[in-house]
Design a protein around this ligand. Structure first.
Ligand code: FE
Ligand code: FE
Ligand code: ZN
Ligand code: FE
Length: 173
């Protein structure tokens, strides 16, 4: 007979995957901040780096809430995305297209994170992990904001009034 697996098991497995992915994203953001040429892009990466370190801590809190040790499990998706980033940096680093290519890589990471945190948030609500929901929601909002900021930078918009951090509930609605 097949082993009985529950949604709680899926949540735990995904949490381990995202814990790994978030730690990887911290490393990727460090590299991206170093490689960025424009000051506004560098600042965006640095701000989101700081935020991502808090996101790792938030995930550790979620492990605590479900009574499991905080453990990471290799996320093949994030491994692939960061490998692509390395490759793109080798090919385009220091060129005119460098920042645009870097933004593209970073947004792929943000979109993956948005998909995963959205899923974890939905499952946490379904499973009655009520304390985990706002933690995951906060991170999800930060990932969305980071993605939006990168889009604006890519478009060449003036982002001087924007920050990677979702201040209060100003832009949400
Ligand atoms: Fe993140
Ligand atoms: Fe993953
Ligand atoms: Zn994975
Ligand atoms: Fe992110």
């Amino acid at each position: 007979m097949a082993k009985e697996k529950t949604l709680a098991d899926a949540f735990h497995e995904t949490l381990k995957d995202v814990y790994y992915a978030e730690k990887q994203s911290v490393r990727a953001l460090k590299k991206s901040a170093k490689a960025a040429q424009s000051p506004e892009l560098k600042t965006a990466f640095e701000d989101h780096l700081e935020e991502s370190q808090e996101q790792v801590e938030r995930l550790a809190q979620v492990f605590e809430i479900i009574g499991k040790p905080a453990r990471a499990k290799t996320c093949e998706a994030m491994t692939g995305l960061t490998a692509e980033m390395e490759e793109d940096l080798e090919d385009f680093g220091g060129t005119q297209a460098s920042d645009d290519v870097l933004i593209g890589c970073a947004q792929a990471v943000e979109h993956y994170e948005i998909a995963r945190y959205g899923l974890l948030k939905t499952w946490a609500a379904k499973l009655g992990y009520d304390e985990a929901v706002p933690l995951l929601e906060q991170t999800l909002a930060e990932e969305r904001k980071a993605d939006e900021l990168l889009s604006n930078i890519a478009l060449g918009l003036d982002v001087s009034g924007e920050t990677a951090k979702p201040k209060a509930k100003s832009k949400a609605a």
